[in-house]
Each structure stands twice: as C-alpha cells, then as structure tokens.
Ligand binder design. Structure first.
Ligand code: ADP
Ligand code: MG
Length: 345
C-alpha cells in the first residue's frame, strides 16, 4: 500500500469510489456478461435466460434506526431492496442469501421478528431463502442480502440503452419514503425522555408505509411483459431520482429533460414538507428509498403506455448528451440536475 498519499473518500464520492475500485477488473469467465455497474450482475449459464445477481448491505445507524424501525419491517424491507434491483433488469427474483452481523443487544426473539419479516417478503415475492452467514457484530446490526434472479435474454434491460427522444417514465410518487423518514426522526427527537410518549403520525400513514414497508414493483414488470414493452433502459430508485437519472445519462451517453409539473409528488409529501419547512421538490429529486422504477421507452410506445394500469408517469424525454440532465420548472426555467444520494448506500 502506498502510504505517502492519502485521498479522502469524500473527494471521489460513492460512485467515483466504486468506479475506481472496480475499473481495473476484467472478466476471467465467459459466463460473466456484466459485472459491476448495473443494478445486478448478469451471468450466462446457458439456455434462453440470464442469471442475475445483486447484493445490498444495510447498516444500523446508517440505513436504519432500531428505535423506530420495527425488526419485522426491517427484514421485509431488506428483501424488497434486493428484489427491486432484479426487477430493474426486467427480471424476476428467485432466491436470497441473508448474512447478519448481530450485536449483543439483540435477543433471539428480536431475530425471530427480523426473520418473520424476511419470510413474509419471501412469500410475497415468491422467492426462496438459500442460505447466508451469521456473525457477531460490535458495531450494531448488519444485514447483507444477495438476490438471484432470472431474465429472458431478449428482455434484459440495462442502464445504458436510452436513446435520443425516448420517453422517461417513473412508476409512482417520489419523496414519500424520505418524508416518512423525516417524520419518524422528528417524532423520535420530540419524544426523547417523555413518559408514555405517543408519536403524532395522523394523516401521514402513507409516508410511514412508504418508509417502513416499501414494495418492489413486480406489478410493473409483469404489466410491461403483458403490454409487450421492453424498456430501452431501466434503474430502480434507491438514491433519488436525480442521482438515478444521471446514472442512466452517463451510461447511455445522453442527456435528459424532465418537467416539474409532471413529477408525481404525493399530497402528503407537500403537506408534511410545508409543516417541516422542507422543500418538496428537493425531497422528490434527492430523497432515497422510493424503490420505484425509472425507465425509458421509445416514443412510439406512448400509446401502449397509456394502456398501463399502474399509474406510470411520463416525466420527460431523452436529449443529446451535450445538453446534460435538467429539470424544467413551469415557468420554463431550466435547472441542471445534481446527484445527491441521500444516505450513501
Ligand atoms: P444499487 O443502488 O442498485 O444497489 P449501487 O449504487 O450500490 O447499486 O452499486 C452500483 C454498482 O456498483 C452495482 O453494479 C454494484 O454491484 C457495484 N458495486 C457497488 N459497490 C461495490 C464494491 N464495493 N465492489 C464491487 N462492486 C460494487
Ligand atoms: Mg438498484
């Protein structure tokens, strides 16, 4: 190791760091079709389908706070995060491995709860628990889930296929999970040291559900198949719309224009944002954890998209690379999009 030079990780950022670490790697096996760089790795094990593999890690204190995140929900959400990455390749998840680092403050009953949630998600998404690893942790609970799946070779959708004039589509509303988190944090602070404390959540149940019990959009992937639509590119929204759209632009070597008035923002997001003096548009652009799908389709698919039963919103279109990615406000002002992954995973 070269000890003379020290570069702070912050100077590269998360994605710069991943690029730097993975860039020197080639492939040693013909089965490896795609390594790091998309929502899942792609393996060709023969036949008409590719095997997909994705891995995610959730850390206590970084990705969740056990004072307000029930363990059952945490288990469920950990599985959803992995399934969402497989759907983002237009695939179907089939199994998971679950590795946990367990701190001494958790009891056997606590872990039963975590696994109850994991089991419920396995049932809901029709996937199997394939194994894992169990270790002691001195830094809080660690959950790492690897998800395998499958996709027909002619249906696979990468991040890099968006073409000029394609429509940019999003599967539902933005910023709700982030505002759900803000609400949970607000109530945690407000109730510290209060006896028999009752948090104030009325009217915001939807935001809590989006944070505590997110869903991966299997319904959308099935509907795309029914309508005979194969998106030109797709990514799931884990770090916020701006960051994920910039990934599509970078990989597809294109620009994008999205329109503020087209962005689906739930009524509850606007209401809580006003109450908490937050900007709902920033929440919609940069709030993480929504686990919706962002995808592009050729302009000619517009009519088919209208048949969609799942509230897909067309929020803009793909432009030349030189124009960059921009948000257009109702008065015509153009704002360049910046990536601000909100919790750095
Ligand atoms: P997602 O948000 O979809 O889970 P990430 O942004 O975490 O994806 O990762 C982007 C890509 O980089 C993925 O293909 C992932 O497998 C890869 N990747 C992330 N971290 C590492 C790492 N430490 N080593 C190798 N590949 C990584
Ligand atoms: Mg992803």
């Amino acid at each position: 190791m070269n000890t003379d030079k020290r570069t702070e990780i912050a100077t590269l950022g998360e994605f710069g760091l991943i690029d730097r670490l993975t860039e020197p790697f080639g492939t040693n096996n013909p089965q490896t079709i795609k390594g790091a760089g998309d929502d899942a790795a792609v393996l060709d094990m023969g036949g008409d389908a590719y095997t997909l593999l994705s891995t995610d890690m959730l850390l206590e204190g970084v990705d969740f706070d056990l004072t307000y995140f029930p363990l059952k929900h945490l288990g469920y959400k950990s599985v959803v995060v992995g399934c969402s990455d497989i759907y983002a390749m237009n695939g179907r998840p089939t199994g998971i491995t679950v590795s946990i680092g367990v701190s001494a403050k958790l009891s056997v009953e606590n872990l039963d709860e975590l696994y109850e949630g994991i089991r419920a998600a396995c049932e809901d998404y029709g996937i199997d628990l394939l194994g894992g690893d169990t270790r002691a942790s001195v830094t809080g609970l660690v959950i790492s889930i690897s998800t395998v799946g499958t996709v027909a070779k002619d249906k696979i959708t990468y991040r890099d296929g968006a073409k000029l004039h394609d429509l940019i589509c999003i599967t539902r509303d933005l910023g709700s999970a982030y505002l759900g988190l803000k609400l949970l944090e607000r109530e945690k602070i407000a109730l510290q040291g209060v006896q028999n404390a009752q948090p104030r959540f009325e009217g915001y149940e939807y935001l809590l559900r989006r944070q505590l019990k997110p869903e991966a959009r299997r319904d959308v992937i099935e509907e795309l198949a029914t309508q005979g639509i194969v998106p030109t590119s797709m990514i799931d929204l884990s770090d916020g719309l701006a960051s994920e759209l910039l990934h599509i632009c970078r990989k597809s070597k294109c620009g994008a224009r999205i329109y503020l008035e087209r962005m689906p923002i739930a009524r509850e997001v606007n209401k809580l944002a006003e109450e908490m003096h937050l900007d709902p548009v920033t929440a919609a652009l940069n709030g993480g954890d929504d686990h919706e799908l962002l995808f592009t389709v050729p302009l000619a698919m517009q009519d088919k998209l209208m048949q969609f039963g799942y509230g897909v919103e067309v929020i803009g279109h793909i432009t030349e690379e030189s124009t960059g990615a921009a948000l257009v406000t109702p008065d015509g002002t153009t704002i360049a999009l910046k990536a601000q992954g909100f919790h750095g995973n």
